[in-house]
Design a protein around this ligand. Structure first.
Ligand SMILES: [Zn+2]
Length: 462
């Protein structure tokens, strides 16, 4: 709808926008829409109108977006912000790369939903949580040994806890099977059947194996989805499936064609990152990764930060600082980028921070994925879909699109200059080229500065 000048009433209407983003290329990302030159008008937290690019309408704040793209804020459905001691690092890093909506608690580590709601009542961006089978369920019922199976009684109790969390509004269940090798198929199937009681619920999974057994681990989850009639998201595929990623994609594609409601995501880096104390670094990893030993591992936090490891230093880190992070340079770049370019693949950051260092995915994922997709021949619109509409639809979240009346979660970036700068040496460096981030109609990032008041909401499923 185009506003134009006019009589007194019209003038009153015209001058009362809160924000105008003038003259950029607008990507609404709604079905069938194409990018158009336009001026976006925002009022009372929502998209108020799409005006002509040279509109002379007025507003309290006008941003000149000539030469820039104006798009929905990115939706990151796989990140971690459940280690509550830190209040803002992960969320700020995500905002600085254009994320305005995120889902935490992945890989089995999400707490009970009421704890998340207490810890994050007013987040910096729109944030929700999955309930993790490790943190919220196994540990909560006393099954602290990750290598042993839960008893029938424990499983019954976990089902109750999960049901409570889903009633409280949790997005779904996250499974961290590599982190809890003792969780049997029967155990996770009993949990998945609780999720299927809830419309819009979903199961996300960090699969059981990251070696030659990964194809079987993907099949295990597809069986679980089919048998329990539950929606499934397979997390950070590339980092779990070294040497077998294409085979895993094909397995998932066949299941999709077969009617299984399954999808997957991937982050655009050829090294992964996990806590020193996790089962990922248990004895046997050299064999799992075909001879890649501790010299392929680098401490990114803790005493050995910045150093490649030996068996001795790795053992010491696992014993004395299990929350420290270790990056494993064991993946193949071409393989990961092929996965990113699969039309079904959603982009997600897996952002993680436990106290000091981090993996650069925390600050660079989205501009980096955009660049890779463009190099692979993607149109801007199709590349943007993988970080807006697709993840929003997967989690059944009302974001990732802009239209009259939609919540004004908007970003503005210079398409050629939007480039990730975070590296393994300097993982928190924000990207260049992101000019403006707006959440619920409020400017939260401008000229690299984040506004002092959080504007996001803790949101619930449905
Ligand atoms: Zn994971």
């Amino acid at each position: 709808m185009l506003h134009s000048g006019g009589d007194q009433t019209g003038a009153v209407l015209m001058s009362c926008f809160d924000i105008l983003i003038r003259g950029g290329t607008f990507f609404g990302m709604t079905d069938g829409s194409e990018p158009v030159p336009a001026t976006l008008a925002i009022k009372n937290g929502t998209v108020s109108a799409l005006l002509a690019p040279d509109s002379e309408a007025e507003a309290d704040y006008v941003f000149d977006a000539k030469g820039m793209f104006v798009t929905p804020g990115f939706v990151d459905i796989h990140m971690h912000d459940e280690f509550f001691a830190d209040t803002d690092t992960v969320q700020h890093c995500l905002i600085r790369q254009g994320v305005t909506t995120a889902v935490a608690g992945n890989c089995g580590s999400g707490p009970a939903f009421y704890k998340s709601a207490l810890a994050r009542p007013k987040p910096w961006l729109h944030l929700s949580y999955l309930v993790g089978n490790c943190a919220a369920l196994r540990e909560e019922v006393g099954r602290t040994d990750r290598y042993t199976p839960s008893t029938k009684e424990e499983i019954a109790l976990m089902r109750e806890l999960l049901r409570d969390a889903l009633r409280d509004g949790a997005m779904g269940l996250s499974l961290g099977l590599e982190y809890a090798p003792g969780a049997s198929y029967d155990e996770i199937s009993a949990l998945a059947s609780v999720v299927s009681e809830f419309e819009d619920g979903i199961v996300t999974v960090h699969i059981r194996y990251d070696d030659d057994r990964c194809v079987g681990a993907v099949k295990e989850m597809i069986d679980l989805s089919r048998e329990n009639n539950v929606r499934l998201q397979i997390s950070h595929l590339g980092s779990m499936t070294m040497g077998h990623t294409r085979e895993c994609e094909e397995t998932i594609e066949r299941a999709m064609a077969d009617g299984v409601d399954v999808s997957f995501d991937c982050y655009p880096y050829d090294a992964f990152c996990a806590k020193a104390g996790s089962a990922v670094y248990d004895d046997g990893f050299v064999k799992r990764w075909k001879g890649k030993g501790p010299e392929y591992l680098e401490a990114v936090s803790g005493k050995y930060r910045g150093r490649r490891l030996t068996f001795e230093t790795l053992a010491e880190m696992r014993r004395e600082e299990p929350m420290s992070l270790i990056v494993a340079y064991v993946m193949d770049r071409e393989e990961v980028e092929n996965c990113i370019a699969n039309p079904a693949c959603i982009i997600a950051s897996d952002a993680l921070f436990t106290g000091s260092g981090a993996h650069p995915r925390i600050a660079g994922t989205f501009p980096r994925a955009l660049r890779i997709l463009r190099e692979r021949g993607y149109s801007w619109q199709d590349a943007l879909r993988k970080m807006t509409v697709m993840p929003a639809e997967r989690m059944r979240i009302k974001s990732g699109r802009l239209f009259e009346g939609s919540v004004a979660d908007v970003i503005v970036f210079d398409p050629e200059g939007f480039i990730d700068r975070a590296t393994f040496q300097d993982p928190f460096l924000p990207p260049d080229g992101l000019k403006l981030v707006i959440i619920k109609g409020r400017v939260v990032l401008m000229n690299g500065d984040i506004s002092p008041a959080p504007q996001g909401d803790l949101f619930r499923r449905g």
